[in-house]
Design a protein around this ligand. Structure first.
Ligand SMILES: C[S@@+](CC[C@H](N)C(=O)[O-])C[C@H]1O[C@@H](n2cnc3c(N)ncnc32)[C@H](O)[C@@H]1O
Length: 300
């Protein structure tokens, strides 16, 4: 990786961590040697993963995981078959841009591709290309599915979205060589840890109110019991001497009486940091919010 171009996420994703990275960097334990294993169990678009790969070129290995199988298949395609993926994306991009000025036809094109994606009958590379196409052209880059796992986000209003970022796909593909890519529940990542590993958790955030819920990335909801299961997992990692950093919403910022996370993580270090959220249907609600960064701060 040394000397190669910087990688960046190839997707827009709810909760993308780009703005939080500065704060995460300050919370990193004193990584005296950079030869460690990095594990990200809720990888999403991988903003922190790519930052780690850029900044720690001597990273021993990285392990990423997500429960969203379509997302993980797209990572696998980029890793193993970037050129074919690029060819398909180039076609999608030129067909879509060719319809500029004809809104009805453009809309029809988007909804046809969405229906094709939802059949899940295409082979993995075409399916991954459709995944990227929809991510680039849908409303706010949201990923939302219904109970039948059908992607149901409407078309967005981007003028000329980049659908095929050839250069980035190639550098991401190169960077993914040292990354193990897993699909499933976050707990399975423990068996991939080395003696001392660094975990970064960015789970679906606990909603600040009933209506602000953004955590429908997968069919199954990430409710309070899941947040507690994650805390139990963090306790296990701590007992095993692994280091972890976790982000989540600051429910106390909204309701001073709400001690949910302060109670759950009482024995660890909890920091409140400013973070800008960009995904909200209502622009007035895209203002500043505090988020939590919690860590067990064991040096690795
Ligand atoms: C807040 S997003 C992660 C955002 C990511 N850090 C980024 O930069 O884009 C949470 C992710 O957790 C995944 N997820 C939900 N439940 C999960 C589970 N039980 N195990 C693993 N991943 C899960 C979702 O599919 C989603 O991609």
């Amino acid at each position: 990786m040394t000397g190669s171009k910087n990688t960046k996420p190839f997707l827009k994703w709810a909760g993308g961590k780009t703005q939080l990275i500065v704060e995460i960097e300050k919370s990193l334990p004193n990584i005296g040697h950079s030869h460690f294993t990095y594990i990200e169990p809720f990888v999403g678009s991988g903003a922190v993963l790519f930052w780690m790969l850029n900044n720690f070129p001597n990273l021993k290995k990285a392990v990423i995981n997500d429960i969203n199988q379509d997302l993980i298949n797209t990572y696998k395609t980029i890793a193993s078959n970037p050129n074919e993926l690029i060819s398909i994306l180039e076609i999608l991009q030129s067909e879509y841009h060719h319809l500029d000025g004809n809104d009805d036809k453009k809309k029809q094109y988007y909804y046809d591709k969405r229906a094709l994606y939802n059949t899940r009958k295409e082979e993995i590379t075409s399916q991954s290309a459709l995944f990227i196409f929809l991510n680039r052209t849908c409303f706010n880059g949201l990923y939302r599915v219904n109970r039948k796992n059908e992607f149901n986000v409407p078309m967005g209003s981007y003028k000329k979205p980049t659908i095929c970022d050839t250069e980035n796909i190639l550098v991401v593909s190169e960077a993914l060589r040292k990354v193990e890519i897993l699909c499933g529940d976050f707990e399975q990542t423990l068996s991939y840890a080395d003696e001392k590993s660094l975990f970064y958790f960015d789970p679906p955030y606990k909603p600040l109110s009933e209506t602000s819920s953004f955590n429908s990335y997968a069919k199954d909801e990430f409710n309070d019991d899941e947040q507690i299961r994650l805390r139990d997992f963090c306790n296990r990692l701590d007992a095993l001497n692994h280091t972890w950093i976790l982000s989540n919403s600051d429910v106390k910022g909204k309701n001073a009486e709400d001690n949910f996370f302060d109670d759950l993580y009482a024995e660890f270090s909890i920091q409140r940091v400013n973070a800008k959220r960009s995904i909200n249907a209502n622009p007035k609600k895209r203002g500043k919010l505090t988020e939590l960064l919690i860590t067990n701060q064991v040096n690795i």
